[in-house]
Design a protein around this ligand. Structure first.
Ligand SMILES: [Zn+2]
Length: 170
């Protein structure tokens, strides 16, 4: 699996250093326990996730930075997911690769599907929402591409057609 290094601001990385990473979801019990620890015993919750370098799903409160959830480490993917109680089990309602801290490629889906399966969550066929990221080569801004509009939201420069966060670890 490809891994992605953190590409966000250094000050965020500094702030999260030494913090515990997100909860490691090694199995379905770990998922249930994590939701209970947040007081989420019914309904649904949207949270921040990463797939760590070992392929493990890690979850954190949705207001957490992805780089805090990862403990500052590279990831195989990252984004947001919505989980929902279905009786005594937990099901997945939505999952995206929306992480401006890591800007993971859409192609990182297999890492997410494998981590979900390991946690005994039925993975959907693919993302429920997928995003393309580009770094502006003129000003350095990280852009989320909307409506296939490849223009920097800060400086109006054209953005490259190919994913260009070429900072893969390993
Ligand atoms: Zn720009």
């Amino acid at each position: 699996m490809k891994s992605y290094r953190y590409v966000g601001p250094d000050e965020v990385l500094v702030r999260v250093q030494g913090q515990a990473g997100g909860a490691a979801i090694v199995d379905h019990d770990a998922l249930r326990n994590w939701l209970h620890s947040l007081g989420v015993v019914r309904g649904s919750i949207t949270c921040t996730y990463v797939i760590d370098e070992a392929g493990l799903l890690r979850l954190a409160d949705r207001h957490s930075e992805h780089v805090a959830c990862s403990g500052g480490r590279p990831v195989q993917s990252a984004g947001e997911m919505t989980l929902r109680w279905a009786g005594d089990a937990v099901e997945l309602d939505a999952v995206s690769n929306l992480s401006t801290g890591y800007c993971p490629e859409v192609e990182s889906w297999p890492a997410v599907a494998a981590a979900l399966a390991r946690a005994a969550i039925e993975p959907p066929a693919t993302w429920t929402a997928a995003y393309e990221f580009r770094r502006c080569t003129a000003c350095g801004e990280r852009n989320v591409i909307k409506d296939a509009w490849y223009v920097c939201e800060v400086c109006d420069a054209d953005l490259p057609e190919a994913w260009n966060f070429d900072q893969r670890a390993g």
